[in-house]
Design a protein around this ligand. Structure first.
Ligand SMILES: Cc1cc2nc3c(=O)[nH]c(=O)nc-3n(C[C@H](O)[C@H](O)[C@H](O)COP(=O)(O)OP(=O)(O)OC[C@H]3O[C@@H](n4cnc5c(N)ncnc54)[C@H](O)[C@@H]3O)c2cc1C
Length: 498
């Protein structure tokens, strides 16, 4: 096919993957990125020589093409294999995560453990009536008492809503077919007899200087092969006429500029894309865009002496008395992220843009984070030597009762008026997913653009596979690298032109 020009919106994993695949195929590409950093949610922030993630970013995938691309982009010496450890902190004690029945019951003490088992037995006899919500679904499987200790607080911190408002799909995807009985059976059965749930991930890949390193390298590759990556360039309109997109308008410090396009690959939030279409989308599509919700995120990175370090990559904070939801220890992610006998802890707060915490000043947030570290007994507040705040809007696309309908309304309208606009990635498709999923949607989209396939991008990850656990044969022989704690994309049935 002759060379086309594709405008890619966003220089996160999806946008840069699309750009790289296109330039490798000899196509013209311009990437427009509104911020001054590549990597999107997978960027590595740098402050005073400290590098830290927006959340920790493990690299794991079941998709060989994605794995191959990571290793094509990053030289082997820059890609580390790191041990994984994470625990739950509750009531002054640490519990293994993923939960292990005996460890959890031991940590709770004999009396509390007995109350939890009794509560489970009662719940088996009188199960919650409504199991369509997160609360009912989990309580039915673990009993009310364990549910309150290990599931309710953290989940409500993450989503900022009552567990009774969260759909059961979320729990089903994360916890799959586990319940207290299977967890207990796992704990006592010899390893070879465990057919139901398999080994837990013990290590993962991680770029030496954080995930941003991958995307900094990828940007260089795109530019070396003739693509353009324009930073601080925010897309404000996608122009379409006669059933096709024809160009993109973007704003930079220098003013507005129009980029003509044969194709537009968009990793900007799907709701924003629907809003910037020009001529505008009809009312029902605009309403669908308004209906898509997000959860926002802020991290307070604190520099502390190495003696306060811990072996975990991160710790879940279940104590309801503090607002912090999770604490990353970046020194455990990579020794190259920390220096001078210090480590950097990332205290993560799940927020809504514009709420009280979001609007607090950086000094107030650093003071809060120091107080909470002290209250948890992890670090004395006066041992903290420096603090940095990063606010990240739209970190999590929310799966509420209406999101599927909204996504479908936008998808169907776009397919009708501008089939050469290709939504990809996490917020780009409003899918709660990882880098590998975002990259796969971009790779398959490029195959579609090049005429090498007719993939249904919306079907990537239809079979959600929470691979903290693996079942059957894969479990018995599978390597730790195959599973790492979040859902992973599976190929949709390939629909090649042939
Ligand atoms: C706390 C947290 C932890 C995570 N942990 C992991 C993990 O361990 N492993 C893993 O693989 N994944 C993880 N993820 C998921 C991963 O971050 C995402 O899947 C991935 O970054 C999505 O890539 P993307 O390119 O689709 O979107 P994004 O990363 O969101 O990139 C989109 C880009 O588009 C730009 N943009 C938006 N609007 C415009 C506009 N109007 N004009 C121009 N540019 C625009 C944005 O600035 C951004 O750079 C995590 C995410 C979070 C929030």
């Amino acid at each position: 096919m002759s060379a086309t020009c594709t405008v890619v919106i966003g220089a996160g994993p999806a946008g840069l993957t699309a750009a790289y695949e296109l330039v490798k195929a000899g196509q013209g590409v311009v990437v427009l990125e509104e911020s001054d950093t590549v990597g999107g949610l997978s960027q590595t922030v740098e402050r005073d020589g400290w590098r830290f993630d927006i959340g920790g970013h493990r690299f794991f995938t079941k998709v060989p093409e994605v794995e191959a691309l990571w290793h094509d982009i990053l030289p082997p010496e820059d890609f580390l294999m790191r041990p994984r450890m994470s625990r739950i902190y509750y009531n002054g004690a640490f519990f293994d995560y993923p939960l292990k029945a005996m460890n959890a019951l031991r940590g709770l003490g004999v009396a509390e453990a007995a109350r939890c088992v009794l509560s489970y037995a009662i719940t088996r006899i009188h199960p919650p009536k409504d199991q369509t919500t997160f609360e009912g679904w989990v309580a039915a499987r673990f009993g009310w008492r364990l549910y309150r200790i290990f599931f309710k607080t953290y989940t409500e911190k993450v989503w900022g809503m009552e567990a009774t408002e969260i759909q059961a799909d979320w729990a089903a995807q994360r916890i799959k077919n586990l319940n207290l009985m299977t967890a207990a059976r796992r704990a006592v059965l010899p390893r070879r007899n465990r057919k139901d749930v398999a080994s837990l991930i013990e290590e993962f890949q991680y770029p030496k200087y954080g995930p941003g390193l991958m995307w900094e390298h990828c940007r260089s590759r795109v530019e070396e092969l003739g693509g353009e990556v324009r930073m601080r360039t925010a897309v404000s309109a996608v122009r379409h006429q006669e059933g096709r997109a024809i160009g993109v308008t973007a704003t930079t410090e220098g003013g507005m500029r129009v980029y003509e396009a044969d194709h537009v690959v968009s990793s900007m939030p799907l709701s924003t894309l629907a809003k910037v279409m020009d001529p505008p989308a009809p009312t029902h599509v605009q309403e669908a865009a308004d209906g898509l919700r997000y959860r926002d995120f802020l991290t307070v990175a604190l520099v502390v002496p190495q003696r306060f370090s811990f072996p975990d990559n991160w710790i879940y904070i279940h104590s309801p008395s503090v607002k912090v939801g999770r604490i990353q220890n970046f020194g455990s992610w990579s020794p190259y992220l920390v220096k001078n006998d210090r480590t950097c802890l990332g205290l993560e707060y799940f927020v809504n843009e514009g709420d009280e915490l979001w609007n607090d000043s950086d000094d107030e947030l650093i003071a809060l984070a120091k107080r909470e570290l002290g209250a948890l007994g992890l670090v004395q507040p006066d041992a903290v030597e420096a603090g940095y705040v990063v606010r990240m809007p739209k970190a999590y696309p929310v799966y509420d009762a209406d999101y599927k309908g909204h996504v479908e309304a936008i998808r169907a309208w776009l397919a009708e008026v501008a089939p050469n606009v290709h939504p990809v990635g996490r917020n780009g498709m409003h899918k709660y997913n990882n880098q590998d999923h975002s990259m796969l949607t971009a790779m398959l989209t490029v195959q579609n653009i090049l005429g090498n396939g007719r993939h249904d991008i919306w079907r990537v990850n239809v079979e959600d596979d929470y691979h903290e656990e693996q079942t059957g044969k894969a479990a018995a022989g599978g390597s730790a690298r195959e599973g790492a704690g979040r859902e992973a994309p599976l190929h949709p049935r390939r629909q090649t032109a042939a």
